[in-house]
Write a protein that binds this ligand. Sequence first.
Ligand code: ADP
Length: 344
Amino acid sequence: MVRESIVQPEPQDEPEQEVVLRPKRIAEMVGQREVVEVLHIAIDAARKRGDPLGHILFDGPPGLGKTTFATCIPREMGVSVQMASGPGLKAPKDIVPYLTNLENGSVLFIDEIHRMPKAVEEYLYTAMEDFRIDIVLGEGVNARTLNLQLRPFTLIGATTRAGMLSGPLRDRFQIREHLGFYSVAELTEILNRNANKLNVQLDANAALEISKRSRGTPRVANNRLLWVRDYALSKSDGQVTLETAQAALKMTGIDVLGLDRQDRRYIETLIRVFSGGPAGIEAIAHTMNVSSDTLVDEVEPYLLRSELIIRTSRGRCATPKGFEHVNLKPPKDRGQDIPLFPTE
Ligand code: ADP
């Protein structure tokens, strides 16, 4: 197992703040206890066996810690890591350099793995299963295939859409973990730790308020903290009090549930244009002039979790709580159409 040559496992082009705030070790990560426990056991066993860790797939909405886990794991194992991204791997030849550069036991991280073309996905099958790939040398009649043995490695995949991965690829991951939203208490802890790292004086009430308005997502909490810090510095002495936090968040359109303008526009479009639904995601996306992927990956998960909308076989519907949140009333004849309403 390689323990010396640790490639700096930070995603490239990451803003400096993100690098400072991202936990370096699993022990520094807050929440996701079940995932952490599984990883501890797997890492411990792999170390004792002297084998690479089994392939791992993380799924869940953006900003919940998939990349953070993927950068902490190689540190725990004392191995190097290479970072790739699904959309950047357009053909099998694009992934070959990553695979041939792997060291014994090292990690290949592929973000947005569901966005790899099928041909690349299929090319990975033998690499994952037998640590072997075929490389075609030359062209036309002179072409010949070389079967190349790879060094044993661990593939870590991250996806916001586990459902879009083909069964054969999904089955080749020994560990599959779903990352869920964080509780207010967990986000408060993350904010307090990060306020320390950034040397920001953050009142307990302000930390709680920012957590409640962070959509259960550490990345959102960090961004809100950075904005509130700047606001406090510019408007007062830099100390973040409850009042400063509230004023700063209000200024950028973050409401009491933590929804931003785009989230509210989604609910308002669903209600105003589609009478509260059912409406198809493509129709909503066209009306809002936003890609349906953005809505499905970034907007809907938290609206669903907050019971502001529901997904039915016939489309998206606003719930009574959704109507109430944007101060709109459900039409009188509404009801028969909607198969189910969550009770509050
Ligand atoms: P994803 O890859 O799922 O989109 P990231 O791993 O990039 O999300 O997380 C975004 C940011 O949120 C990280 O830079 C880190 O600062 C913070 N973060 C994520 N998960 C945790 C956690 N469990 N504990 C503390 N901070 C976290």
